[in-house]
Design a protein. Structure first.
Length: 341
């Protein structure tokens, strides 16, 4: 148990070292569309509600948990998407909790009959709290004996939870089957320190480039129902401070079954910030408009056995608000976001 706690502390120190912080991520990044890019607000040209949950490193004494819920709606009259999301990220050892309520707006600029460019923005009101009684200082870690000393010469001053404003932007180019986007989060680089006199703790800008391509595989009929079969490839490169990663994956929709596999990491770059994983995903796309997905991260590093990877669940439901017969909305749906996980 002490070895697991030491490993957990070392992973935390490395991933947030140098006074910086790194965002949580979702392996099913397109199943958390508003978290990925504000320009994805209203991208299905439907109304959409979704939930995401991620449990990271369950094999350690303490782990990380991420929760997200979102709703977005597209207005054809305003050519705009509107959305709201609630996110909460928990680290169970120090009880660091970062929660936010975010509001989204995206405008759809129609370049041609099937090509659109969307511009989105996000304003998040964030609250951060922690219980640092269990914090481990550097002089407590003994790497030779693989133990943590109970005492430290450092003292923890009093602190209070604090709030801050977080601003993000994004852009998205879409065709019927192809999409390419970029996002810039934390452009105002809000401070993250619990101590007022600390000017070094801040949240650096995270920028990402992501895209993908859907390939229609035709349709078949099964028990009287028609199913569209589709294959897709997708990628997401992100960088924040000194950390950078790329996710590359593929998915297959056959009837109602969705399967997928992806890789996270940067080949050739070793070290803790660029740990590599293979992610396997399975899901269901129901005729009601609901999509359910589950994925598991198999870590390829030497610490993968200890951490036991990560579990992730996503649920999404998309629907029409109002009667679609009056404005023929069905013919205007973007196929590239019909089932993306």
């Amino acid at each position: 148990m002490r070895l697991k706690k030491l490993l957990f502390c070392l992973l935390v120190f490395i991933s947030v070292g140098m006074g910086y912080a790194q965002d949580f991520h979702y392996s099913q990044f397109y199943a958390a569309p508003l978290y990925l890019n504000p320009a994805l607000t209203g991208s299905t040209e439907l109304s959409r509600v979704g939930l995401n949950y991620r449990k990271q490193w369950p094999g350690l004494a303490h782990d990380f948990n991420s929760y997200s819920a979102y709703f977005d709606h597209y207005s054809f009259d305003l050519r705009s998407g509107f959305g709201v999301a609630v996110n909460s990220f928990h680290e169970t050892n120090y009880k660091i909790v970062t929660s936010d309520v975010s509001f989204f707006y995206a405008y759809n600029l129609k370049l041609s009959e099937k090509v659109n460019f969307r511009m989105g923005t996000q304003a998040a009101f964030v609250r951060r709290s922690a219980a640092l009684d269990n914090i481990v200082f550097g002089d407590q870690v003994d790497l030779f004996t693989r133990s943590i000393n109970p005492t430290s010469i450092d003292q923890i001053p009093d602190f209070e939870p604090y709030n801050y404003l977080d601003i993000s932007f994004g852009g998205l180019l879409t065709t019927e089957y192809l999409w390419l986007g970029s996002s810039f989060h934390h452009v105002n680089e809000p401070g993250l320190s619990f101590f007022p006199d600390d000017d070094f703790g801040f949240l650096p800008i995270k920028w990402s480039i992501h895209g993908g391509w859907n390939f229609p595989l035709g349709a078949n009929t099964y028990f009287g129902s028609k199913f569209d079969n589709t294959a897709s490839i997708m990628a997401n490169y992100k960088q924040q401070g000194p950390f950078r990663q790329i996710d590359i994956g593929s998915q297959l929709l056959y009837r109602s079954l969705i399967t997928g596999m992806s890789y996270r990491g940067i080949p050739g770059l070793r070290g803790m910030p660029n740990q590599d994983s293979i992610i396997l995903m399975v899901g269901l796309k129901l005729d009601t408009g609901m999509v359910i997905g589950y994925s598991y991260d198999f870590m390829l590093s030497n610490i993968g056995v200890q951490t036991k990877g990560a579990h992730e669940i996503s649920v999404r439901y998309q629907f029409f608000m109002g009667d679609p017969r009056y404005r023929n909305q069905r013919s205007r749906l973007l196929k590239c976001f019909d089932f993306m996980m």
